[in-house]
Design a protein around this ligand. Structure first.
Ligand code: 2AM
Length: 501
């Protein structure tokens, strides 16, 4: 194959690669595909002979590159890290100035910054694009977060806009296909140029961190309803189904309702009851939390969601500890269960607002750190369709940034302030109830502490700074002097001034 026939090419035919390639071909783009293991490519091409655009199977990397129209656009969907570098290394000698490499994997944003720099120096153009939505999203409409060389975006844009999830431009509601599996046309496409070098992969990482928070919050609501109120999975399935009709309308609430209604195919018992309580993770939540620590930006709710998975993983220790460590003697719940369910819903909503406030703060800080100019309203909008955190709520974030693009924190927006004003009494009641009953609610309670800390003009860190000055001469600023002037007391002297009793 030496004739340049394809609009675009894709390397890496694992599940995500196959689905994305079919989505691209469905939209009329001829796409060349290559996989390290040739048999996988052959099976894939043979299984999909009639796509509108057409698949061009390539056995060699040379043939693959030669089959692409210029400037060549090559999407890489292999494992993040060393495999991605290896594939790029193989491509470099085969590509020409101006050609474009697009990494659609879950790359760490600083790897994307490095790769963009290296490829730019070689005359190639690089885009690191977040792809969210799992298999289903990749196949029928993901949320796409491209960052990198801006002029390269113009070449990728027609393809990315065609294949991304579509939402109603006014309401932000996801548009469903006329027929299942048929591409959706029209509407706002859930992709936008995010910013230079690693900006796209950074935003994808924060998306995943927020996803960790959302999932853990839902689990805490489930835990309270199960272990304090004594509700059954099926009853909770109905409740989540109801919640999905209101402020919490989202993909994750919807699938939770489905899961809680699901029977185990083997035993017929509620499916959730037979699933072992140990969660895995691939690292993007951890990256988000580590980055928050590195930048000194509070994102405690995301971090708690990561730690909750870590705690879940030490199953054997927890099983042993349950026989040794005691909790409160919680009485049977005798209050109004319907009222408490509503309080839990409100606590979940408030916690979610705080978690998103933290995620958007993180992006705000990162844009200073990395010299990006991020459009937070647009980012919330492209999360509306295709991705795992898609939710009606994101429209409120878009609206908040439309009201004030410089908004310091989502909590300060009138809509979110109003929501928390209306719901915080319930939120506090739920957090107190969990403490009384000994139910672990790391995200609900950390979000509340974040909220209370953020709205407190004078925190107790006056005492902390005094401690630092005492043992380490770290100095302190004074309330009665301008900021930026530092003082120190010569502490250890026995005759230091004492407060009169
Ligand atoms: P494979 O089918 O030959 O294993 C996800 O693992 C995808 O990344 C697969 O398509 C896999 O190809 C590909 N992949 C993993 N490591 C690779 C490498 N070093 N070079 C090329 N492709 C690789």
């Amino acid at each position: 194959m030496s004739e340049a026939v394809s609009e675009i090419g894709l390397i890496g035919l694992a599940v995500m690669g196959q689905n994305l390639a079919l989505n691209i071909a469905d939209h009329g783009f001829k796409i060349s595909v290559y996989n390290r293991t040739t048999s996988k490519m052959e099976e894939f091409v043979a299984a999909n002979p009639d796509t509108p655009g057409g698949l061009v199977g390539c056995e060699t990397l040379e043939g693959f590159v030669a089959s692409l129209k210029r400037p060549r656009k090559v999407i890489i969907l292999v494992q993040a890290g060393a495999a991605t570098d290896k594939v790029i290394e193989g491509l470099i000698p085969l590509m020409e100035e101006g050609d474009i490499i697009i990494d659609g994997g879950n790359a760490k944003w600083d790897d994307t910054i490095r790769r963009e720099k290296e490829l730019t120096a070689k005359g190639l153009r690089f885009i690191g694009s977040g792809v969210s939505g799992g298999e289903e999203g990749a196949r029928f409409g993901p949320s796409l977060m491209p960052g990198g060389t801006e002029e390269a975006w113009q070449y990728l844009k027609p393809v990315w806009e065609a294949i991304a999830a579509k939402v109603d431009p006014d309401t932000g509601k996801p548009l469903e296909g006329a027929e299942p599996g048929k591409p959706v046309e029209g509407g706002f496409s859930c992709t936008t140029y995010i910013g230079p070098d690693g900006a796209g992969h950074y935003v994808k990482m924060v998306h995943n961190g927020i996803e960790y928070g959302d999932m853990q919050m839902i689990c805490e609501a489930y835990d309270l309803m199960q272990n304090v109120l004594g509700l059954t999975p099926s009853e909770m399935g109905d409740i989540f189904g109801e919640w999905n009709k209101g402020d919490l309308d989202s993909f994750l609430i919807e699938i939770t309702a489905d899961i809680l209604k699901q029977a185990d195919p083997v035993t017929g018992k509620p499916f959730v009851d037979i699933v072992l309580d140990t969660a895995g993770q691939k690292g993007t939540g951890k990256w988000t939390s580590v980055n928050a620590l590195d930048m000194g930006t509070p994102a405690p709710t995301v971090a708690e969601a990561v730690f909750a998975r870590c705690l879940s993983a030490v199953k054997e220790e927890r099983v042993a500890a349950e026989t040794i460590l005691t909790g409160p003697d919680a009485p049977e719940f005798t209050g109004d269960k319907t009222e408490m369910v509503e309080a839990i819903r409100q606590a979940l909503y408030c916690s979610k607002i705080c978690s998103y406030a933290q995620g958007f703060q993180l992006m705000r800080e990162a844009q200073k750190e990395y010299n990006w100019t991020l459009d937070f309203g647009k980012i919330a909008q492209i999360f509306r369709g295709g991705c795992i955190i898609r939710a009606a709520f994101l429209q409120k974030i878009t609206e908040a940034y439309a009201r004030d693009p410089e908004l310091a924190n989502l909590l300060l927006d009138p809509y979110f302030k109003g929501a928390i004003d209306a719901c915080q009494a319930s939120w506090r009641k739920v957090v107190a109830l969990a403490a009384q009953y000994g139910v672990s609610i790391p995200t609900f309670s950390s979000a509340l502490s974040y909220y209370d800390g953020y709205r407190t003009a004078r925190l107790p860190q006056n005492l902390l700074q005094a401690q630092r000055d005492y043992f380490g001469a770290h100095t302190y600023e004074r309330v009665d002097q301008p900021r930026g002037q530092f003082y120190h007391i010569d502490w250890p002297k026995p005759d230091r001034p004492q407060i009169e009793a």
